[in-house]
Design a protein. Structure first.
Ligand code: ZN
Length: 357
């Protein structure tokens, strides 16, 4: 009896594990892979060593077992049980009770992109804020942060802020083994947004400034990736007046766009390190004239709830000071990335090699 109770479960687990390995095996053979992977030559003395190595032997190279299971990830419980083990110390229940819903976007591999709004009664919001985590799949703490902030936003009854939160912009990258910065076609989604300088600069920058670092491949064309298309569509539809993108592990704040930037959120200080072709900061802030705060946590795999909440509290204070009605006139209307938007800079701003955001 014990055998028959145990054995089917063990078999099920083994089958599940095999399916997961097959499903999330790196797809090195897929199209659009950078032609010449090379060493990361952008190392900075203060850049923590990130896991950049590719798996030596991709399991089932070129396998395509994603035909059915990603659709199952439209179910919150299934999605949570799939992603939570890849996050850092997040209770499953926090995901199950998040109230997230699958959006109409899918990753390359068909995994739904989830979101939730937290808003005061219709017509009473004073500010729309879009929060994005996990656009780089190997920065799981950025996902934790959005889950935590979502919980806080939902609990805040007297808020005048309409939040739209997307905890995981790159599910394929998170679910790869090991997790990857890029999506499953090897594209850095934060270099794939349709900035004015993309056609001219994205590939040149990638080649000359990163040495064709495969972790920073901008894609064959701007907006070539479904994840980027969906995020950009969310921005166009939601028309945020502030975008907050969470990353790790450089331990700083970057800022693009109008309004005086925050000098400090939690223990993170402002250090505007650069504008990159195809980045969300360039797209939303420089082109769209919407303030974009890029939060670079200090660690991609470890973050305390104390720090997450300290950043949240300071963010709310900065919003209150700079963006809410008494000062909202300082902020340009939200017209992100309209074709007629002012052009971005003609020269790249760069600060000595740190290239992460
Ligand atoms: Zn990042």
């Amino acid at each position: 009896m014990i055998f028959f109770q145990f054995h089917p479960l063990a078999s099920l687990r083994a089958i599940t594990a095999l399916v997961c390995v097959a499903l999330w095996a790196p797809q090195e053979a897929l199209a659009n892979k950078p032609a010449t992977p090379s060493k990361h030559n952008q190392a900075s003395p203060r850049a923590p060593a990130k896991a950049q190595a590719k798996p030596k032997t991709p399991a089932r190279q070129g396998a395509d077992a994603a035909a059915t299971q990603p659709e199952d990830l439209r179910d919150l419980a299934t999605w949570c049980k799939t992603i939570v083990p890849r996050l850092i110390g997040m209770p499953l229940n926090q995901c199950l009770s998040s109230g997230l819903a699958p959006g109409d976007g899918r990753s390359v591999r068909g995994v739904p992109l989830w979101l939730r709004d937290a808003a005061p009664p219709e017509g009473t919001a004073s500010l729309r804020v879009f929060v994005l985590g996990g656009i780089h799949g190997d920065e799981p703490t950025s996902v934790n942060v959005v889950f935590d902030w979502l919980e806080s936003a939902v609990k805040t009854q007297d808020s005048v802020i309409h939040w739209r939160m997307v905890p995981l912009g790159n599910p394929d990258g998170l679910l790869r083994r090991p997790s990857s910065r890029t999506n499953s076609r090897g594209v850095d989604l934060n270099r794939n947004f349709p900035t004015d300088d993309w056609s001219r600069d994205a590939h040149a920058y990638w080649a000359k400034r990163t040495g064709k670092d495969p972790r920073r491949y901008p894609g064959p064309a701007a907006m070539s990736e479904p994840e980027t298309q969906w995020i950009q569509g969310q921005i166009e539809q939601f028309k945020p007046q502030l975008i907050v993108a969470i990353h790790a592990p450089y331990g700083l704040l970057d800022f693009d766009g109008p309004a005086p930037p925050p000098n400090k959120l939690g223990s993170l200080y402002l250090d505007q390190i650069g504008i990159y072709p195809g980045s969300l900061g360039n797209y939303g802030g420089t082109m769209g004239r919407v303030p974009v705060i890029t939060v670079e946590l200090k660690n991609a795999r470890q973050v305390s709830r104390t720090e997450i909440q300290a950043i949240w509290r300071d963010l709310l204070k900065w919003i209150d000071l700079r963006l809410l009605p008494s000062t909202a006139a300082q902020v340009a209307p939200a017209t992100p990335a309209a074709p007629t938007a002012p052009a971005g800079p003609t020269t790249l701003r760069h600060s000595g090699g740190l290239d992460s955001l």
